[in-house]
Design a protein around this ligand. Structure first.
Ligand SMILES: [Ca+2]
Ligand SMILES: [Ca+2]
Length: 152
């Protein structure tokens, strides 16, 4: 009887997890799925890893999506790459997935950012714990957030 009960509970919890529409290791939010990496990569390598996993580096489209993401970044207490860059045209930040220019859409840089600190060629977007959006050298190795639309 005990075994049957345990099996029943396991079956229910499996159904709840799959009911989110996200694979293991992905967190659901507003219909999309998000993966916070355990490994650290350069920005380019991070985008490659996200593609491999069935998503892209995260594109932050709204204040509510940003609040959700920053909450996890703060809780995990780790900096994470996100999917925007001005590598093509300096100062013209673009989301790599949609090709939308940040000047035409939602953006929420931390005060004083992007600052291209010390002429360090900071051309990739990261989410900084308890601070927010910062431009960072793309060759730095950071954790990264992937986003998949629907089920990855
Ligand atoms: Ca998004
Ligand atoms: Ca910066």
């Amino acid at each position: 009887m005990m075994n049957i009960r345990i099996c029943f509970l396991v079956a229910i919890s499996v159904r709840v997890i799959s009911g989110t529409g996200c694979e293991d290791g992905w967190i659901p939010y507003a219909g999309n799925c998000y993966h916070f990496s355990h490994d650290m990569e350069s920005w380019i390598e991070a985008e490659g890893m996200c593609l491999h996993l069935g998503g892209h580096l995260v594109e932050i489209n709204s204040r509510s999506e940003n609040t959700f993401l920053q909450g996890w970044v703060d809780m995990l207490n780790t900096h994470f790459w996100a999917g925007a860059t001005d590598l093509n045209v300096r100062g013209d930040w673009v989301w790599v997935t949609s090709k939308t220019h940040l000047s035409n859409t939602f953006s929420l840089w931390a005060p004083g950012e992007p600052n291209n600190l010390n002429g360090w060629e900071e051309h990739c977007l990261m989410l900084w714990t308890h601070v927010g959006w910062n431009d960072m050298k793309c060759s730095e190795h950071l954790n990264y957030i992937c986003e998949a639309y629907g089920k990855p």
